[in-house]
Write a protein that binds this ligand. Structure first.
Ligand code: AMP
Ligand code: MG
Length: 517
């Protein structure tokens, strides 16, 4: 029997209004509200490892009760469903109250790896649903389920996914915002995270000048998610808040360095989508870099300004941290100290980024100039990011530019000058390897542990979605399996480790995604 210990509900101020209707909610961190019942809950995916960690036994996992529980039809003893109140900056503008418009937290489970909050995404309307229906479709649920697990196994800090269930209902969506809505299968993912507190969870109270609630949620967050900072030794609370902010900065920095390592583009880095724990959260119109294009954004809504394109992600994390810092000013009067921590972000990022890139290149150290030259070459020749870095581990002194044949998307456009430039870079690379005198086998192994063989290419997720919508889950299950060993080449899944086929280049769902989900 699982026991829930719902600290968020117990310790933070609740919305006194019990009826579920869309509204502004003040002075409260959450509103209690019930998931909507669905007509026919059917399990599509269960993450057995995570289910076991949460204490669910195999009989329960296989039962209809499990499907009903994680579709919102049934509640386990101790669950106290609620939606969180938060705000956020969307695309650079303050958007006011947002909140869990289609997420309902079920409760917190104490696991051997700490507390985990279980949260349904797509379980119906809440007071924060604004103009939408609170539901989610199979397409976006598959994308969330697969990607959060892919990121986990790649070693990128992320929320996780416990289950994916069909609701048996149809949900209307205008996927391209072009006035052509369609009905899609409804689905619900149960997400799992130590906490779902976001930057926007602090911004909302600060914006409303509700310092009491701001203090409550900040203290709650520190005590529960940053317990090392809650020790009595730090007497001065302003000092504690500063250390906490500094820790959030460091975690966010680590997270974005990892995104840049694996070629992940989040697509909607609004402050309501920034976890205070430095976890990747909210898998919407995200995408993976195929051809190395720093300006690429998967999100069609983002196309005009490309605010959230691959190359901008570090700067945006910094911008988001600035918003968080601003919201903490009522708690941290020493704004110089806040500013100093913020100023340190870019220095920290550059340092961590270069050390990460050195790892990808199998070098002990690397300078910015050398990395930038490579990025320029990869961009210019449309090299596949994953294939290029993965193949680098087996690139030997006797090889030249021709070794990389087949990994570019526009080989026919090459001219001699480009090849010469690339060759020059490779010569320099070889000479650096030689100078460092690392053990070649160890070096090769280390490279293969940071340059994945498998990433969840956009077209692969899309193919598995199209099949699943026809009732064929085999590709979805294969992907859910292959993503567990992203650093191992898996010849039995050869088709998942290849370059993006031409047909997928501009296909909707493969390169262009909207927030409609
Ligand atoms: P996102 O861009 O997905 O992070 O969503 C921004 C805000 O819109 C959050 O407050 C979400 O809860 C809300 N939202 C997104 N989709 C829906 C939906 N289908 N129904 C209700 N609220 C939604
Ligand atoms: Mg969100």
């Amino acid at each position: 029997m699982i026991s829930f210990d719902n600290r968020f509900v117990r310790e933070l101020p609740a919305d006194p209004e019990k009826r579920n209707f869309v509204r502004q909610v003040y002075s409260s961190c959450y509103s209690l509200c019930q998931p909507k019942s669905v007509s026919e809950a059917k399990i599509v995916c269960v993450n057995e490892t995570l289910a076991e960690l949460c204490g669910f036994d195999s009989a329960f996992i296989q039962s209809q009760k499990f499907a009903d529980t994680f579709a919102g039809n049934y509640q386990l003893q101790g669950m106290q469903p609620y939606a969180m109140c938060y705000g956020g900056h969307q695309f650079g503008n303050w958007a006011g109250q947002l909140g869990d418009g289609r997420a309902i937290n079920l409760g917190e489970v104490d696991t051997p790896q700490g507390y985990k909050t279980l949260q349904l995404k797509g379980a119906g309307m809440t007071p924060y649903s604004r103009h939408a229906d609170g539901l989610a479709v199979l397409r976006s649920s598959i994308r969330e389920y697969l990607c959060s697990e892919a990121m986990h196994y790649l070693g990128v800090p992320t929320t996780r996914a416990l289950s994916l269930v069909l609701t048996g209902e149809k949900v209307e969506r205008d996927m391209f915002y072009d006035g052509n809505p369609d009905f899609e299968p409804g689905a619900i993912v149960c997400r799992v995270s130590p906490s779902f507190i976001r930057f926007g969870s602090f911004e909302i109270f600060s914006a409303r000048n509700d310092i009491e609630s701001l203090t409550k949620i900040a203290d709650f967050c520190i005590v529960n998610d940053f317990p090392e900072l809650a020790l009595d030794a730090i007497q001065n609370s302003e000092q504690r808040y500063l250390q906490w902010f500094s820790e959030v900065v460091q975690r966010s920095c680590k997270m974005v360095v990892q995104w840049q390592r694996v070629g992940f583009v989040h697509g909607v880095m609004n402050t309501d989508n920034m976890s205070i724990l430095g976890l990747t959260i909210d898998y919407g119109p995200y995408g993976w870099i195929d051809d190395f294009d720093p300006n690429w954004t998967p999100n069609t809504t983002d196309l005009p300004g490309r605010r959230y394109c691959f190359a901008n992600q570090p700067k945006i994390v910094h911008w988001n941290l600035f918003q968080l810092a601003q919201s903490l000013v009522p708690l941290i009067k020493n704004t110089d100290a806040l500013q100093a921590i913020l100023d340190d972000f870019m220095i920290q990022f550059e340092h961590k980024f270069l050390s990460m890139m050195a790892g990808k290149l199998g070098l002990l150290t690397v300078d910015k100039e050398f990395v930038m030259q490579l990025e320029e070459l990869l961009h210019q020749g449309s090299a596949d990011m994953t294939l290029f870095f993965r193949s680098l581990a087996d690139f030997n002194a006797s090889d030249n530019f021709d070794y990389f044949q087949g990994i570019f998307y526009q080989e026919e456009a090459f001219n001699q000058e480009y090849e010469n430039q690339f060759q020059q870079w490779l010569d320099e690379y070889q000479s650096r390897i030689k100078k460092e005198q690392q053990d070649s086998e160890l070096r090769r192994e280390a490279m293969n542990n940071v340059n994945p063989w498998f990433v969840l290419r956009n077209y692969l997720a899309q193919q598995s979605i199209e099949a699943a919508e026809q009732g064929d889950y085999s590709m979805l299950y294969d992907l859910a399996e292959v993503l567990k060993n992203p650093y191992k080449s898996q010849p039995q899944f050869k088709q998942f480790g290849m370059k993006r086929p031409d047909w997928a280049k501009n296909k909707a769902g493969c390169s262009m995604l909207s927030c409609s989900s």
